[in-house]
Ligand binder design. Structure first.
Ligand SMILES: Nc1nc2c(ncn2[C@@H]2O[C@H](COP(=O)(O)OP(=O)(O)OP(=O)(O)O)[C@@H](O)[C@H]2O)c(=O)[nH]1
Ligand SMILES: [Mg+2]
Length: 442
């Protein structure tokens, strides 16, 4: 059964110059309004679902554009409602003009994510799938795209749905026993209940453990290149991206701002940050740069600590302390000038020696291969938090195995938590928060 709404519209393609732009209309009046502004008015009763028509578009008799109109009939459309997609000319003018005409005819501008929200409310997608739409749109690397597609296909939903069904089965038998409590019947042994709980906990643990890798896939891996002045950090950044991104000079203290460069490594996006060299200084601008370096370290997933193999100069102690809470790969640079022992990672940012191996090391540290290979990966903090809550409830249920009433309540909490991933159990406020993160037209 579909929920009924008003008719909404938005430009669904990004702004900028392009061959075409698409204006999407969804809702009960979409077919009528699209036919009224096009030359298809007289044919509206004869239009077929899934048909495409070329037509000029008019505003009070004045030609606005020539476009292709695709008609979808509910429930066989993205939103599950009557939908028309108007493909007009792209660029800054035509699409806005067409949108204006549609709005003038009494259609409301869609809120961010409203098309996908309607698809969810009309049962075309569950919540995890709807979130995957946003992820796919924002995916920049192979792994984030693949993960989003698998989630869109419903792989995460199916797994979570299956876990939830097991919890509900446990609950159903337990409640039945409670109904018959006077007769002291047992529909399931305690042992088998404990086994099911343990296997559910294991499934949740496995799924949750993909989160840190999943986050890298989705948001990219932030790697801060840090070290004393002149260690060769900027030279290394330039070598990695194969471009003159940062200024290199023999003068210590060259880099002041954090310079970022993005590359794709093993299917995931890696954001390298070249930073100001770290040393005690009274120079105001350099001090600012060092503060920025420390912030970059705190926000990074991984630090590459670069040390000049010839001078072995280390960063200042305060920064070294901050680094203790981070993951650090230590590398000696300028090994073309000063040889390093075999058991030490040595590179030459200048000649490129060892840089490929360093990238390989970063790639294996991030488990990028696992991310691309793994079937189901959690990328959303929301999903991770829900799984943690479900797991806590199941732990409590296990601890209360002898107290059926309390156990039933914990199982209910676990089922409700899991239902929040697929959207089977979720409040309006959370839904609004999720869909407002989308862009307009999605
Ligand atoms: N021989 C040799 N020289 C290098 C190597 N890497 C960097 N250099 C030189 O070392 C000097 C400093 O290099 P930068 O890349 O500017 O060093 P940095 O760590 O960014 O320095 P700051 O920005 O001042 O902190 C330059 O003259 C580089 O050419 C290397 O692997 N071998
Ligand atoms: Mg530099």
């Amino acid at each position: 059964m579909s929920v009924s709404f008003d008719t909404i519209c938005a430009i669904s393609t990004p702004p900028g110059i392009g061959g075409i732009a698409v204006i999407r209309l969804s809702g009960p009046d979409s077919w009528r309004i699209a036919s009224e502004i096009s030359g298809l008015r007289s044919q509206v009763s004869g239009l077929l679902p899934n048909s495409v028509h070329f037509s000029p578009l008019h505003d009070d008799g004045e030609l606005v554009d020539e476009a292709l109109l695709t008609f979808f009939r509910a429930p066989k459309s993205y939103t599950g409602e009557d939908v028309v997609e108007i493909s007009c000319h792209g660029g800054g003018y035509a699409a806005k003009r067409v949108l204006h005409v549609v709005l003038k005819n009494g259609v409301r501008l869609a809120r961010p994510g409203e098309f996908t929200e309607r698809a969810f409310l009309n049962g075309k997608l569950d919540l995890a799938q709807a979130e995957a739409v946003a992820d796919l749109i924002h995916a920049r690397s192979e792994s984030s795209g693949k993960i989003a597609l698998r989630q869109l296909e419903g792989k995460l939903s199916a797994l979570v749905h299956d876990m939830r069904a097991k919890v509900l089965d446990l609950l159903a038998l337990l409640e039945l026993e409670l109904d018959f409590s006077e007769e002291d019947v047992e529909f399931q042994t305690r042992q088998s209940r404990l086994e099911t709980l343990a296997s559910l906990q294991e499934q949740i643990r496995c799924l949750s453990s993909t989160f840190s890798r999943g986050r890298f896939a989705r948001e990219g891996l932030r790697v801060a290149i840090v070290g004393a002045p002149n260690a060769g950090k900027s030279t290394l950044l330039n070598r990695i991206v194969g471009d003159d991104r940062a200024i290199v000079s023999p003068e210590p203290g060259t880099t002041r701002d954090v310079v970022e460069a993005h590359i794709e490594l093993g299917g995931i996006e890696v954001i390298f940050q070249d930073t100001a060299g770290l040393r005690e200084t009274n120079h105001a601008i350099e001090s600012q740069g060092i503060l920025r370096t420390r912030r970059a370290i705190e926000r990074s997933d991984l630090v590459v600590l670069l040390i000049d193999a010839a001078t072995k100069t280390m960063p200042d102690t305060e920064t070294l302390e901050i680094m203790q809470s981070r993951e650090v790969i230590t590398v000696f640079n300028k090994c073309d000038l000063a040889p390093v022992a075999e058991n030490i990672s040595g590179i030459s940012a200048k000649t490129g020696e060892g840089v490929e191996e360093l990238l390989q090391q970063i790639s294996s540290w991030s488990h990028s291969e696992d991310i691309t290979r793994e079937e189901i990966v959690i990328t959303e903090a929301r999903h991770f938090n829900v799984l943690t809550r479900a797991s806590d409830s199941l732990s409590r249920a296990t601890a209360q195995i002898t107290q059926s009433v309390l156990m039933a309540s914990d199982l209910r909490d676990a089922a409700n938590a899991l239902g929040e991933i697929t959207g089977e159990t979720i409040g309006e406020e959370i839904l609004d928060r999720i869909f407002s993160k989308f862009c307009i037209g999605k």
